[in-house]
Design a protein around this ligand. Sequence first.
Ligand code: ADP
Length: 445
Amino acid sequence: VDEQEAAAESIGNLQIKDTPAENDNKSAQSLLNKLIRSNLVNTTNQVEVLQKDPSSPLYSVRSFEELHLKPQLLRGVYGMGFNRPSKIQETALPMMLAEPAQNLIAQSQSGTGKTAAFVLAMLSHVDPNLNHPQCLCVSPTYELALQTGKVIEQMGKHYPEVKLVYAIRGNKLPRGMKLEEQIVIGTPGTMLDWCSKFRFIDPKKIKVFVLDEADVMIATQGHQDQSIRIQRMLPKNCQMLLFSATFEESVWSFAQRIVPEPNIIKLKREEETLDTIKQYYVLCNSKEEKFQALCNIYGGITIAQAMIFCHTRKTAGWLAGELSREGHQVALLSGEMQVEQRAAVIERFRDGKEKVLVTTNVCARGIDVEQVSVVINFDLPVDREGNPDNETYLHRIGRTGRFGKRGLAINMVDSKMSMNILNRIQDHFNKKIEKLDTDDLDEIE
Ligand code: ADP
């Protein structure tokens, strides 16, 4: 059962594509990121820009004033606590706000300011005196659409003439109705129905079309077709904007089908490294011994906050229970929890309300908790075939170059097999993982 459970939990590994669980996981991960993200991610990389017309000058702005926004919108932007454009916004905003409209495909990891950028573009382009939809924004799920809607409401706080409506399943409108809101945000299926079958929206009057989270979108059967069918109803001069966190081949070909003559902006992810991490392993014989070693570590060194990774839900639950009995304040992330619940657990942990977070791999994928100084692999990361999952190892303990504080990683080894995995991880990264004697911890500090 443990094996099966482990397999179920490792869905989300990159090699398994196109299963429903994988799609759910993608959109859940994306939502989780939005729910816990309160700041821009730091990046030292430069944006790469490919202009549709390479001979035209490339503008980039260092301040929001330079964009000559409507005063109501500038107030909205500052009201959100933004002081200056993010890296990607510096080039994306002038392109999106230029006249005549330019199309854009933009890729950068989550948390770099894409949503804020296209929300500002939509709000800048609508005419509040016209009472019909002018901007359409499609998102992969209802929950993600709601999150974007919230940003529109915040940024448009001082611009109440602009109205917003959600094209999502369950939002039933009377037949023959014509929408008066300027911005429509929703999922592709309902948006398509509203444009064609029900004609609540006249697609010919749309000025801006935004396709958000393209990578998550195409993971869902049908979304690609629906998006393309919406796009085909729009006028030639409608501005098309597409955003994605990742850019594998499938996303790229979809992007090119939906955005004609695009400008392209890419921002590379900050590379993670093990350079600032001290890596150790502890030799044990059973899970009880691993727990004892963990207690020794806690007794021997001062740990501000730690994340502990387990392979299965069962182990994670057991370990969290044992740690609580020892008097630790423990947070537990587990696969059966709803995304909102997970976000709440992570936020409490980030606020320091708990000092230990026990989690399975899938739950914590893609989550950055910067202040965590110690990561413990109670189980080593392996893929479904039982091979070392180097990517996950790096992501769990790696830090991004310049911003990374020094960290400590401790791996628990409890069998020949896991020793073999550890050795392969060590070889892969060509970085020594030192043996640690938990009865004598002087060497760590
Ligand atoms: P993405 O869509 O790329 O995931 P978001 O637009 O959601 O990124 O931005 C990530 C976080 O950073 C959000 O909390 C957002 O409010 C904030 N943010 C966006 N742009 C700026 C900015 N220019 N200055 C400060 N914070 C920003």
